[in-house]
Each structure stands twice: as C-alpha cells, then as structure tokens.
Write a protein that binds this ligand. Structure first.
Ligand code: NAP
Length: 285
C-alpha cells in the first residue's frame, strides 16, 4: 500500500514558518495583507475566496476585497488593478480567473505589479520561474507540488520526472521547478503518444489534466511518487483527482489524496506568498 502524502502535515510545517514571519513583520508594524480582486460571483471563486480568507485569518494575514460586477468595463477593472498596485498596505494580490469573456484577461494580468503577483499570473513571475530568480512568485499550485515533495523528503536530483499536462498554471511551471531541482523532466499533453509507457518510466509523476481518474494503473509502477493536482467531481458526485487513487494506492510507493492533498497545500502557499511579498517589499522600501 502506498504512503499517503497528506496536505495537513505539509500545512502544519509551512504554518510554523508563516507564523514566525508574520510575528516578525508585526513587530515592525506591518500586517501582511492579501488583496482579492473578484469580478462577478462565480461559485468556484466564492468558495476559493472563503477558504483563502479563512487560511489568512488563521495566520494573522489581513484580507482586503475589491469587488466588481460581472458586467464591469475593462476601464473599471484596470482602474481597480492600478488602485491595488498603488496601495502600499496590500502586499499580495489574488485576481480570480477566468474573467468574464467581455474583459481582456491578458491586459488585466499584464497590468498587475509583479511584486504583488503572488500566483504567477504575470509574465514577470513566469520569467522568474524560468530563470530561477525571485521575480514575482510561481503559481501557488505548482509551488504546492514542490512543497509536498520537499516536506516528504523526495529528492528530485537525477530522478526521472514526468508531468502530464502543460498549462501555464500547473504543468509548465511544475516542469521548470522540477528541472531546477535537478530532475530529468518529460512533459506530456493531449497529443503525446503512449502516455502510459512514458509515465511508467517516471520516478516522480505529476498529474494535472482536468480529467477525473484518467491516469490509472497502466501509468503506474512500484517505486513511484505520484502528485495528483486534479480536482474534479466524479460520477458518484464525490471529489476526485486526475489520477485513479485506488490504482495508485495499490501500485506506487507514495501518492497525494484528493481532497486533502495538493489543493489544501495550495491555499497555504498562497498565504506564504503574501507574507514573503510583504517581507520583500519591506526590505526594498
Ligand atoms: P488545463 O488548463 O485545462 O490544462 C490541462 C492540460 O492537460 C493541457 O495541457 C492538456 O493538453 C492536458 N490534457 C488534457 N487531456 C489530456 C489527456 N487525456 N492526456 C494528456 N494530457 C491531457 O488544466 P489546469 O488548469 O492545468 O488544471 C489541471 C487540473 O488541476 C484540473 O483538474 C484542475 O481542476 C486542477 N487544478 C487544481 C488546483 C489545485 O490547487 N489543486 C489548481 C489549479 C488546477 P493540451 O495542452 O495538449 O491541450
């Protein structure tokens, strides 16, 4: 039976570091603050906002909301982003996406100050991921995968890592971060031929495709660590990942559960990024 890589354990360890940093900032009179820009009231956004706000509160991070109606204009959105950029009491910004189709999302992301971009949505942050420099922040989900590997002592050096999925939010940054940890990385996508043969070669397998339980037994072998990024509602109405958990649990060495794996660590990484943004801005100014 595989070892279950639990988000709660990773969160407890990250939480200790976050609390210490928040205390130090507060001694200097700084309350790390997350700015949330939300356009409209999509249930997914509301639920993530609730979870993120609760996690911020737990660690003493303040939350400031910037709410716009779903039918707002591009000018209103850009004005809000400029306002958040200028507000020195806001250290990190979470802007929910996708934005309504009437809005230019690329322009909106491009307008955000990379210093406050705690979820890797600006070109500046992505440049930081590709150059291993501290420009902005990597997307929280990709960072959460690395935090899980680090916490459980999975050494990537010289290992074969396979990432299934190549989105800018998860697959591509995760592949770069594995490369940075000296893994030899292969990225698979919807046009890849014979994914199971490639996946079975992996020592570390990260799955992020948005297809419930699609990565199953034929992709696994003994000795692997599987990080399942997927969050889906399965046919039984229950939350499930992109990997088939039952197959993974039976075959591989270690696997993250869904729920209780990458998703829960992502929220803590978001808070960690706000705090780090506050530290960087304090040092700079
Ligand atoms: P996305 O933008 O839809 O990208 C999916 C990627 O998977 C694409 O690169 C696509 O390939 C590839 N793909 C789709 N079907 C495939 C298949 N059958 N075989 C191989 N590759 C396939 O999705 P995403 O935003 O990266 O999200 C991926 C999953 O992670 C989703 O389940 C999502 O809910 C979850 N997620 C979780 C968190 C978290 O905090 N835990 C955060 C974000 C997302 P092409 O590029 O060729 O189209």
């Amino acid at each position: 039976m595989a070892k279950i890589l639990k988000g709660t354990e990773v969160n407890a360890a990250l939480g200790e570091k976050i609390k210490a940093s928040v205390d130090t900032l507060k001694e200097q009179g700084i309350v790390p603050t997350l700015g949330i820009i939300r356009v409209g009231e999509r249930p997914d956004d509301l639920s993530y906002e609730k979870g993120a706000s609760k996690r911020c509160e737990k660690y003493g991070v303040a939350v400031k909301r910037y709410l716009l109606p779903a039918d707002c204009t591009q000018e209103q959105l850009m004005h809000t982003i400029e306002e958040v950029n200028r507000d020195s009491s806001v250290h990190g910004v979470l802007m929910f996406r996708p934005l309504p189709k009437s809005l230019d999302e690329e322009a909106a992301c491009g307008a955000l100050d990379p210093e406050k971009d705690i979820d890797g949505i600006t070109i500046g942050s992505l440049a930081g991921v590709f150059t291993s420099r501290k420009i902005g922040f990597p997307p929280c989900t990709a960072q959460a995968c690395m935090e899980i590997l680090d916490y459980y002592g999975v050494n990537c050096r010289g290992k074969k890592a396979v990432v299934i999925g190549r989105s800018l939010v998860v697959g591509k940054p995760a592949a770069m971060m594995l490369l940075d940890r000296n893994a030899t990385v292969t990225v698979c996508h919807s046009k890849t031929v014979d994914i199971p043969a490639i996946a079975r070669e992996a020592d570390i397998l990260i799955v992020a495709i948005g297809r419930p339980k699609a990565v199953g037994g034929s992709c696994f072998r003994e000795g692997q660590t599987v990080i399942d990024v997927g969050i889906n509602v399965g046919e039984d109405g229950k939350l499930c990942g992109d990997a088939n958990f039952e197959d993974a649990e039976r075959i591989v060495d270690a696997v993250t559960p869904v729920p209780g794996g990458v998703g829960s660590v992502t929220t803590t990484v978001l808070v960690q990024h706000v705090v780090e943004a506050a530290e960087r801005q304090t040092q700079k100014h």
